[in-house]
Design a protein around this ligand. Structure first.
Ligand code: ARG
Length: 455
């Protein structure tokens, strides 16, 4: 491709070390679509005849179906997917193929292909996020009345509806969806025509190329267009955050599925056994998802580090941009798909969860709230109830089983009627009816909202 200037063949080690085709061959569809749009613009500008354009277009389409069917002979003697396709096209159709690269550099070509690939991946990931949201809302709806203890510091804190806990993840995933969508919107800018760095003296209709490829706009600075990879960093960052959310969900699932918690039942199809211990039923999917989050974070840091010291514009370092991005896309797509399936087949042991949530200590704050309603300042109320908790623990009785006289000694607000009403789990949940709190009515309408929104 550049043999004019060189007297000697490249070293074999150089070829192996610098090739990227083993990674970037995945962009063949995007490369071919981009080349057809570029060729059409060359024909419109009079640089190709209509007949030459026709040969290029059908040659590229034939190559595309051979790559798709696995019969195309990629060679790593040719650096990347772009050179493999162009060389094979020229071998097949001759002179017309050799005209295709006019007014184009691999720098704007690779920026184009990578942008198209990422925009498509964003759409696919968005679809998988929606289906995991549906699965979580579905599990919540199958156990719409179920109660579990909510935790802070992994200590039992307050009772919540199980569905409320699941809908917290639906909300997180919704912001992940938004971040990935935003990333696609910013990536949607067509870089072809930027050339190697400074455009070309051969003028092509960039707007028409953008329209043909489905872009909403064209890039407006040729140096920026070939130099930056912020769109890839942005996707990696959104995928790292998504991974962090899925890793937390994994952790909840792993805890809930343990004998110690015993709330969640995973299906046999989504658990594994032990080669040694016959009794084991392990939540490996969630563990692996938690483990794979490491690569999602690593891929982001790797690309940021690759980019941070580079002078404008293209530097060969940037060829390292794709492998981590493809890995993060693959990892996230696989994780989202298997999580949907696992959650669709999971169920809550409602009795066990409710009995854990019925620990009266979880309503200690509610008791303090009754004192506040009776005019006691909250800090004082907190201390009064704290002392009652200590007394109950010393005498080995549940908080609600302290003698009526002990409650009354603490405050005359705490009559037997008030105490009994406060420790009723159903009324305690019903009382949490501010926007965003888990009263059964609120949770039912949130479940209905998400179910209809997610379709
Ligand atoms: N294989 C290169 C990459 O993926 C293509 C761009 C090469 N451009 C260049 N001037 N060497 O980044």
């Amino acid at each position: 491709m550049w043999k004019g200037r060189f007297k000697h063949e490249a070293s074999e080690l150089l070829k192996t070390y610098t090739q990227s085709v083993t990674v970037d061959w995945r962009m063949f569809r995007q490369d071919i679509r981009g080349s057809i749009a570029h060729a059409r613009a060359l024909a419109k500008a009079g640089i190709l005849t209509e007949e030459e354009f026709g040969r290029i277009e059908s040659g590229l389409k034939a190559i595309e179906s051979e790559i798709a069917s696995g019969t195309f002979p990629f060679s790593d003697d040719l650096e990347d997917v772009h050179m493999n396709i162009e060389a094979e096209l020229t071998r097949r159709i001759g002179a017309a193929g050799a005209k295709l690269h006019a007014a184009r550099s691999r720098n704007d070509q690779v920026a184009l292909d990578f942008r198209i690939y990422l925009i498509e991946a964003c759409g696919e990931i968005g679809g998988e996020i929606r289906s995991l949201q549906r699965s979580l809302a579905g599990l919540g709806s199958r156990h719409a009345q179920a109660v579990i203890p909510g935790y802070t510091h992994l200590q039992r804190a307050q009772p919540v509806l199980f569905a409320h806990h699941l809908l917290a993840y639906v909300e997180m995933l919704d912001r992940d969806f938004g971040r990935i969508h935003d990333c696609a919107v910013r990536t949607d800018s067509m870089p072809l025509g930027s050339g190697a760095i400074a455009g070309s003296t051969l003028i092509l209709d960039r707007e028409a190329i953008a329209a043909e490829l489905g872009f909403s706009r064209v890039t407006t600075n040729s140096m920026d267009a070939v130099a930056d990879r912020d769109f890839a960093c942005e996707l990696l960052s959104a995928l790292a955050i998504l991974g962090m959310h899925i890793s937390r969900l994994s952790e909840d699932i792993i805890l809930w599925a343990s004998a110690e918690f015993g709330y969640l039942e995973l299906s046999d199809r989504h658990t594994t056994g032990s080669s040694l211990m016959p009794q084991k039923k392990n939540p490996d999917i969630a563990e692996l998802a938690r483990g794979k989050t490491g690569r999602l974070f690593g891929n982001l840091i790797a690309l940021l580090t690759t980019m941070k010291g580079l002078p404008l514009t293209y530097n060969r370092d940037m060829q390292e941009d794709k492998e981590g991005v493809f890995d993060s896309i693959d990892t996230v797509l696989a994780t989202l798909a298997i999580f949907s399936e696992m959650i669709d087949a999971a169920s809550l042991r409602e009795e066990r969860a409710r009995s854990a949530a019925s620990d009266p200590l979880l309503l200690a704050t509610d008791l303090a709230d009754r004192l506040v309603e009776g005019g006691v300042p909250f800090r004082q109320a907190h201390e009064i109830v704290g002392k009652l908790v200590a007394r109950a623990q010393e005498s080995g009785v549940p908080l609600n089983r302290l003698a009526p006289a002990e409650f009354l000694a603490a405050s005359d607000v705490l009559t037997p009627e008030v105490v009994a009403a406060t420790f009723d789990l159903e009324s305690a949940l019903k009382a949490r009816r501010a926007i965003g709190a888990p009263s059964p009515d609120n949770v039912a309408s949130e479940l209905a909202r998400w179910t209809s929104q997610l379709g």
